[in-house]
Design a protein around this ligand. Sequence first.
Ligand SMILES: [Zn+2]
Length: 294
Amino acid sequence: MHDKDDGTRAVQWVELVWSFLAAAKGEWPTTNASGMLVAGSRVGLLAGGFFLIVWGCKGDTEFHCNHFRIPSHWSSNFPCADCPADTSTSPMRWSNFKADAPWKVLGFAGNTERWLRHVAARGKNAHIIFKAVADGGPGLGTEHLFRDTLHICCLGILPHLLGNTLWELCFTTIISSVRTPAGRMNEVWERITDKYKQRQTGSQFNWIDLSTFADETRPNAEYPTLSGKGAEMRHLLPVLLTLAFRFYQFCYAKLKRKQNKTQATTITQPQPKPRQQNNKHENKLNARVACSKI
Ligand SMILES: [Zn+2]
């Protein structure tokens, strides 16, 4: 099978959609998928008055991209199937998470027309499952494509979340007892392995160093992203969450102690006496004001 519109897969989908529509109507179809009358076909209710609506399509992101040819491949300029966020440097960039980011209000869910315009603008033909019932399709939208946890969470969000947390712990002074990023990384890794043992974690990272999530020589050059397998990411999340929380708590408590100490010093510090010259100047002014009143 291949991905062309006029290929075997497209013919199969015409047959599938024909059966979906008959099931949604709840009646035996009297025509075949090409619209031709079928002699001697059964008539009447298909399931005693029950009907079936297709409301979801399960598959991983790769399948949805390749099979339905939707313009949302992660390596394309429009990597999202739910909105027109892109990879440009404009406010439409996918990484613009400001409150007024324009892609936030241009989602495709519940707006199939917008989705179809987006597909056409990318030079693609919409798959038959996205066509309205009136146009011979089952009328599905992007919101009916189920998202898979592996690609969206474990290999999608977690590499950024975990990479950013590790970056914060290693390239800032949250862990102030160690001077260098590499030293902080060793500290964090030791604690991760301890937690792995305590929790008897099944899928563990064999090793994490700075190069696993950042460029050690240019740590601000790219977004921190942790490399690893989905299961490793999933099992690292609770471990790193606990560690990061403790480090932040410790850092916050230290900052608070420092602030309290500074305030105490400010309160007990003797106030400087006004300089004599100022007093003289003030006396002169007061004398002038007094004179003018008189
Ligand atoms: Zn999106």
